[in-house]
Design a protein. Structure first.
Length: 165
């Protein structure tokens, strides 16, 4: 492989905008590559770490194997208790949604438990959120609605009643 070219610090803001654009275009691999270049120039750049984490989780629904270890390493680099709790919830929520979309045997039970993990993370984030930031609450509600809509329950319960109204 050829040696990679290095991004200048002055180019970082524009590169991060491009990474976000690639994520919105549903091209997570391109966003991931840009974030890796930014992190080479600024290893603790929080926007790049979070965008990279989100780009990795974008790949869940595409059926790519994304390791929990890689996502966990990125989460460990996220500064701030609120941010770490919030993005831990995002990771779990996206993994559950991808599993539901696969429709494999046991997916509903797995998704229920992982969505509940996401909701616990969102509750932690909600408790320490900055004033005016209800993102964790909105995500918690989304998880609750996914559970209700899909009639998800723990493995040992009957699926006849939805857990939420």
């Amino acid at each position: 492989m050829s040696d990679l070219k290095h991004l200048s610090r002055e180019a970082i803001p524009a590169a991060l905008e491009k990474a976000e654009r690639y994520r919105l275009l549903n091209e997570p691999a391109e966003a991931e590559s840009i974030c890796l270049d930014v992190l080479h120039a600024e290893p603790e750049n929080q926007e790049a770490i979070i965008t990279l984490l989100l780009a990795l989780t974008d790949r869940f629904s595409k059926g790519y194997g994304v390791s929990d270890a890689q996502a966990g390493q990125l989460l460990a680099r996220v500064k701030g208790d609120y941010e770490r709790a919030y993005y831990t919830g995002i990771l779990a929520e996206r993994r559950a949604k991808a599993k539901l979309a696969q429709g494999t045997p046991g997916a509903h039970h797995y998704a229920y438990h992982v969505l509940r993990e996401a909701m616990e993370s969102y509750e932690k984030a909600e408790a320490i959120r900055p004033p005016g930031n209800d993102d964790a609450l909105l995500r918690w509600n989304t998880c609750a609605r996914i559970i209700a809509k899909n009639k998800l329950v723990p493995r040992d319960e009957d699926n006849s009643e939805p857990p939420f109204d």
